[in-house]
Design a protein around this ligand. Structure first.
Ligand SMILES: [Zn+2]
Length: 204
């Protein structure tokens, strides 16, 4: 694409780096922003730069948080005996929206994927084991990972690690009928909620 302005070209190039946005959509967004009053774009820029500069990851569960410890981990109303292990914060949002789960979370930051060169060390697995070791309140780990090969490998790895060190921990998994496969966030709330309530013991 040839642009009449280098400024437009630069903006289009940056915006089109976002997932799901091609050059055409990026150009449409840029032209839209140019029509908006100056303070609208200023607000957007401020929000984005604050997002990068000020956001924290919860020191306990690795969820994205405005503070060092997230609202879920610092809540006095959560069941401290349950920790649900998920891939990313989209899963937390999906599960929270079911209103069927009152335990805590642990965000792995992905799943084991040799193709993408993601090994156990790249994920928040060590911190999960440390968390179990440091908190005698934890009794059950619920694995809510994708039903892909990578998700299964990760579930198997975590289970093996926990069983080696903490034989007293129950490991369960959410029902297989849930359309997972990286799509936990899209599962309908009733199905997802029910699958958490009726979770079963994990079978490796
Ligand atoms: Zn947290």
């Amino acid at each position: 694409m040839i642009y009449p302005s280098r400024l437009i070209e630069e903006a289009v190039n940056e915006i089109s780096k976002l997932p799901g946005i091609g050059k055409k959509s990026a150009l449409r967004l840029v032209l839209h922003l140019l029509k908006e009053p100056m303070h609208t774009t200023d607000k957007l820029c401020t929000a984005l730069s604050k997002l990068r500069g000020q956001i924290n990851y919860c020191e306990i569960c690795h969820n994205i948080s405005d503070h060092h410890i997230c609202e879920i981990c610092s809540s006095k109303h959560r069941d401290l005996s349950l920790v649900c292990v998920v891939e990313d914060m989209r899963d937390v949002i999906a599960i929270e929206n079911t209103h069927q789960y009152n335990g805590l979370y642990h965000i792995l930051g992905g799943v084991i994927s040799p193709i993408e060169r993601i090994g156990p060390a790249e994920l928040n697995i060590e911190s999960l084991l440390k968390r179990i070791a440091d908190n005698s309140t934890i009794k059950e780990i619920i694995l809510a990972l994708s039903t892909t090969m990578e998700g299964d490998t990760t579930a198997y790895y975590i289970t093996k690690k926990i069983k080696e060190q903490f034989s007293f921990i129950t490991i369960s998994t959410i029902a297989r009928g849930v359309p997972l496969g990286g799509e936990l966030e899209y599962a309908d709330e009733i199905t997802l909620g029910r699958s958490i309530v009726t979770r079963t013991t994990y079978q490796a």
